[in-house]
Design a protein around this ligand. Sequence first.
Ligand code: PRX
Length: 660
Amino acid sequence: MSAVSSEQAFKSEEQVVPVKPEFAKSAWIDEAKYKEMYQQSIINPDGFWREHGQRIDWMTPYTKVKNTSFDDHNVDIRWFEDGTLNASSNCLDRHLETRGNQTAIIWEGDEPDQDRTVTYKELHREVCKFANALKSQGVRKGDVVTIYMPMVVESVVAMLACARIGAIHAVVFGGFSPEALAGRILDCDSKLIITADEGVRGGKTVPLKANVDEALTHPDIRSVERVIVFERTGNKAVAWHTHRDVRWDDLMKTASEHCPAEEMNAEDPLFILYTSGSTGKPKGVVHSTGGYLVYASMTHEYVFDYKDNEVYWCTADIGWITGHSYLVYGPLANGAISLMCEGVPNYPDSTRVSQIVDKHQVNILYTAPTAIRALMAEGDAPVAGTDRSSLRLLGTVGEPINPEAWNWYYQTIGEERCPIVDTWWQTETGGIMITPLPGATDLKPGSATRPFFGVNTALVDNSGNLIDGAADGNLVIIDSWPAQSRTVYGDHHRFIQTYFKTFKGMYCTGDGARRDEDGYYWITGRVDDVLNVSGHRMGTAEIESAMVAHKEVAEAAVVGFPHDVKGQGIYVYVTLNQGAEASEELRMELKKWVRKTIGPIASPDVIQWAPGLPKTRSGKIMRRILRKIAAAEYDGLGDTSTLADPSVVDDLIEEHKGIS
Ligand code: PRX
């Protein structure tokens, strides 16, 4: 496994891909405009957002714009607080007159011969019907609804139907295990679950309904009254509980097509989305209605330079924030044509992405570096026999992109014609924060470049002192932006502790970054105990607690290590209980155990037996040392003399050499 070496990163800083003049000519934003608007957005955020907040439809126009405090005693974030609106009517109703018959969603199935297009009018009808169906099942404004669905149009219908009646959706990625799902249902007390009999991905089925059934056997879950089941595969073997389960189709048969959109305050929560942190259980990140929608739609339009009638494809699953902001809310608020793909980039084979681009004449493609690296490993095969001339712009998100992958994406997929927007942001930020604007920003492979409008980025040292100029530091945001998360569901204290205590008065991103002479940001990765595996965020503590729940495990320490395709892999050091045998069978069993407890995305890549872990005399595990050993960087271990027992390090190195 090879890491992106610092030498490579350094070299890439010398590679600049200038804005293409012909692109700049027709782009929404060129360099002069970027500078002017950015200045204005930072000097006078209230005035800036007062103007740009009007890009969406309000039922009651706002008179107040920004009312935010990062004071760590009283973090309080409000945008457009006296305005009212509805997110679903912004994504649907307001387009009916001008583009009712235009495609809203192109759905591409897991198998290449399955697809479907849905117009704005049709989507509106489906959403209204399903909103009435939800009402008929007792869902009211303010209730939380859990959505555990595959990538089908009905997932979008479910989200927008919740938004229409003022229910708060909490989408859980379909790859999470029953236990992980149960934890999230418990945390948000949802009344109703929407799922499918099975999902389909990469030629395999995912037992979604069975997972829900298992999750609901959790003794503490008492809130769930109904499970609505969409029939995706029609597998008759799926269990049915008549007192609780209801068929999607049955509800839709009788539901009325008329459903007025509920008037929501700008600050009413639109959704909760769970994400991993460095400690404890996943956090329910809460997003607002007004600020979120303004920002999602504005970033979608400017970052992707979206023009009417273009086909835009974001490959993210709706279970992640990228799916929420850039598959559903941003594009639909802008009346875009949003392509949604049920499958994976390399099924049935590695030409799949290029085939879909040609089939639907995709203009804008937004995907993750891990997918790019997986395709890159196949050389030119992923583009064989395809044309891709419809592509105009490429984007990436979720993790740092190494310059090699950037260049492959640029040259092989985009044929050096399409700018790449490397977008840095987080579940908590709601929308893209640092990114090139394709008509304005000269590109440097591996750099997310410069902040978007209204994003006041800065670097601080470990004591929280601001650092100027070209430097390395902790990435912070020093003032609020409209799509910022408002709280952690049910735990505002944790929200403050996590984001506003480390560096007082600033939003702490948890990422490290370098700023170069041109003011470009280069994200260097998490500075906390959070891993980024294939662009999925994972807390080391979560995996460790799953591990130690196994009867043979005494202690476990999880670190990331450089992985060619995933970016980071999961490396677990395990100390077994006395008497347990360190066998190959047990290694396999432990991998399965974590998959079962959290989900396949948390499956360890390497398990190393560790009779002892390197600890300080006060008992703290020195992860720095474990990370170095996992990366086979035996020389850079630093000072080990403070360890309670320095000899464990040599044992771990020996064992590691045996594995690698
Ligand atoms: O470490 C950063 C990385 O992903 C983290 C956020 O993960 P999540 O909340 O799951 O959201 C992912 C999709 C928005 C960040 O703290 N990250 C995200 N985008 C980039 C990135 N790292 C480098 N470059 C990026 N473009």
